[in-house]
Design a protein around this ligand. Structure first.
Ligand code: UD1
Length: 363
């Protein structure tokens, strides 16, 4: 059987890596890797292929950035001939980015089975483009692989039948556990002169946070207070960087001596940076999961999370964007009184193997 694996944006690459490796262990499965090119900068794409030993994509659609409609349409138009040429048994998509929904839709319309890894997560907030991508992708998928129980419940409530739903664990955590020992060797703490002192890590890239100057400014009110306590390391996503440049916010950021804006970090450096942090502040989805396993306090700068297990058993707290709430949660997190995280069930480094075994048997 032939499976086309699709990856497009930064958080897809660490999810595809263990799947491609697991498929390689099954003689029956031939897998092909398609990169849509949604992310294309060296630091947003190639670095991850190199560090995670993914190997070059078989096909790169090279679509690049544009509006949601244009980008989704460009991916669909470029992906359709690839599916027609390769005639796969199934197309596998991961996560919730525009590449995910675009390629799932192309496959479903061509009568090719769709496999969604990380299915069923819901923030119940349709102002997030990812929520729309998740709902649509799940609705047309034939295999729904879930990371946590809430996802299974969401899918059942939406009418998915039990034969399609598999609780298998978390492929992103497969990658984290596999590469953590190598990440220990990263020199990033030395290069940032951080070794031995407490510091915070900040990531922001949600349009609702960074494209809205008022919200971004509120977040900076909190960061201003935190950076008086400890250095705040801020690897800035290209979207965020563009939002900072040319805004009055730029002068504010430059005025904070202990807020250190750096380039997006590579995978191994970022894992090392998070693993030693006193606290991580983020609006990312994957980072809520990685900090749970790394047992590092995580403050999610959003109103909701599609990953509730990270709050139930992990160290994650959804704090929103009001400065007073962020500061109070920060003080609690660094006080040591915070939660003692446990690892969610099946986040054991073997999710991709389970997925490959299920597909080898049932596809
Ligand atoms: C995308 C995903 C988001 C994911 C995030 C991870 C969607 C709808 N959003 O958001 O779910 O959490 O990736 O990073 O799919 N840019 C560059 N270089 C790049 C890529 C992007 O400069 O390699 C800039 C471009 O100006 C682009 C902007 O960043 O317009 C946003 O990129 P885009 O892929 O549209 O969305 P993200 O914010 O990265």
């Amino acid at each position: 059987m032939k499976i086309i694996n699709v990856a497009g944006a930064r958080p897809n690459f660490m999810k595809i890596a263990p799947l491609a490796a697991a498929f390689a262990n099954f003689a029956r499965i031939e897998s092909i890797l398609v990169h849509t090119g949604q992310h294309y900068d060296e630091r947003m794409s190639q670095t991850f292929f190199r560090q995670l030993a993914i190997g070059q994509p078989d096909v790169n659609l090279g679509v690049g950035s544009s509006s949601h409609a244009s980008q989704t349409a460009a991916i669909m138009k470029a992906f359709e001939p690839v599916v027609l040429r390769h005639k796969p048994t199934a197309v596998l998509v991961v996560g919730d980015v525009n590449s995910t929904v675009a390629c799932a839709l192309v496959a479903a319309k061509l009568g090719v089975k769709v496999i969604h890894v990380e299915a069923g997560l819901r923030s119940f907030d349709k102002s997030m483009p990812e929520e729309i991508n998740r709902i649509l992708t799940d609705a047309i998928s034939d295999f729904l692989f879930c990371t946590e129980k809430s996802a299974v419940e969401n899918l059942r409530r939406e009418g998915a039948t039990d034969e399609k739903i598999f609780l298998v664990g978390n492929v992103m955590i497969d990658t984290l556990l596999a590469w953590k020992p190598k990440a220990e060797g990263s020199r990033i703490l030395d290069s940032l002169n951080l070794d031995g002192q407490p510091y915070a890590v900040l990531t922001l890239h949600r349009p609702g946070n960074v494209d809205d100057a008022e919200v971004f400014s509120r977040l900076l009110d909190a960061i201003e207070v935190i950076q008086r306590d400890m250095p705040v390391i801020f690897p800035a996503h290209p979207r965020t960087r563009k939002d900072i440049v040319g805004l009055p916010l730029r002068r504010r950021i430059e005025g904070m001596a202990n807020l250190r804006v750096i380039e997006p970090a590579g995978y191994l450096d970022f894992i090392k940076l998070m693993s030693r942090a006193a606290v991580v502040l983020t609006d990312s989805g994957g980072i809520q999961e990685e900090t749970t396993v790394l047992k590092v306090p995580c403050l999610t700068l959003r109103k909701n999370t599609e990953r509730p297990v990270t709050c139930e058993v992990g160290s994650n707290v959804v704090v929103g964007t009001r400065p007073e709430n962020i500061i109070a949660a920060y003080r609690e997190a660094v006080s040591g009184r915070g939660r003692k995280p446990k690892r969610p069930p099946l986040w054991d480094g073997h999710a991709a193997e389970r997925i490959a075994a299920i597909l080898a048997e049932r596809l």
